[in-house]
Design a protein around this ligand. Structure first.
Ligand code: ZN
Length: 296
């Protein structure tokens, strides 16, 4: 059971597809009541009450493209602007640890609103040209589409979501966890990798475990998912079983991978100083996956 809010899920904004698809309806809502999400580049700005900082459309940079995020529970249109300074730049880097301190101030619904806005703004900043013909693209459907400006092409482009599998592997009551080179000291977490064209989720899990740890797995099952806006992934958390425990580590991907007992995982999740490793933080889906394994 997943009993803790999954970071970046649970937005209270209605995506209002009927509005974004209708330019007249969208124009009617683009008024003095509409709200503009204040961003510092791609980072959230925090209001004095500790929530996301919202302004009015009068605050928007006239040169910024406006993206319609949806309708707030009180029926106001919510927008984010694509800062002209971000155009052609964007940010594909993993989140800066300092950014987590800011994001840690937000409530789960606010974090979800921010995550969707961040992924969308970032996509617009980095997708200015048609991938088919190379001509410039223009915003459509309130920001949930870009269309090629070349009349001979007219390709439609949609905000990308990149599926990633993240998985724990079990053998005789122990769990396989790994360390990536960029992890903080002593951190171990679930193995992960992008799904490739032509793969099911289950096949991607089996391939990643085979590549990174040299194990054959079976009985892959889905546990939970998480939108992860760095830059725009969907983390698909799974669990699988291995019939043997003879790990062969791919050192180009991992510093280490090893088996941990149930007691070792419990101690790490509790944050014990004497634990065998440091568990992933609660905002990571790997944390939820490990909690689920301890208490399914
Ligand atoms: Zn084109």
């Amino acid at each position: 059971m997943i009993d803790l809010a999954i970071a970046f899920s649970g937005s209270v904004i209605d995506r209002a597809d009927a509005v974004r698809s209708d330019p007249e309806k969208l124009a009617a809502l683009t008024n003095w009541r509409a709200r503009l999400l204040r961003l510092d580049g791609l980072a959230p700005q925090i209001a004095p009450d500790g929530g996301l900082d919202w302004g009015s459309l009068a605050d928007a940079d006239p040169a910024a493209e406006l993206l319609f995020l949806g309708l707030s529970p009180d029926g106001r249109a919510c927008f984010a602007g694509v800062d002209p300074k971000l155009v052609g730049v964007g940010n594909t880097a993993p989140p800066d640890p300092r950014l987590w301190q800011v994001m840690g101030l937000l409530s789960p619904p606010d974090l979800a609103v921010y995550g969707a806005a961040k992924a969308l703004v970032d996509w617009h900043a980095r997708h200015r040209f048609c991938g088919r013909c190379g001509h410039a693209t223009g915003l459509a459907k309130g920001g949930w589409q870009r269309n090629c400006s070349n009349q001979a092409c007219c390709a439609e482009h949609f905000p990308r979501v990149d599926p990633v599998t993240i998985m724990t592997v079990e053998h005789h009551g122990r769990l396989l966890l790994g360390r990536q080179p960029r992890f903080p000291p002593r951190r171990y977490s679930a193995l992960a990798g992008f799904i490739e064209p032509g793969e099911t989720v289950e096949e991607a899990v089996a391939r990643e475990i085979s590549e990174e740890a040299g194990l054959v797995v079976r009985d892959v099952r889905y546990v939970a998912s998480q939108p992860w806006p760095f830059p725009s992934s969907l983390m698909i958390a799974c669990h699988a079983f291995a019939d043997h425990d003879d790990v062969t580590i791919d050192r180009t991907e991992l510093d280490d991978a090893r088996w941990f007992s149930r007691d070792e995982v419990i101690a790490a999740m509790r944050g014990d100083d004497s634990a065998a490793f440091v568990a992933p933080p609660p905002y990571a889906i790997a944390h939820h996956l490990m909690r689920w394994w301890l208490n399914p």
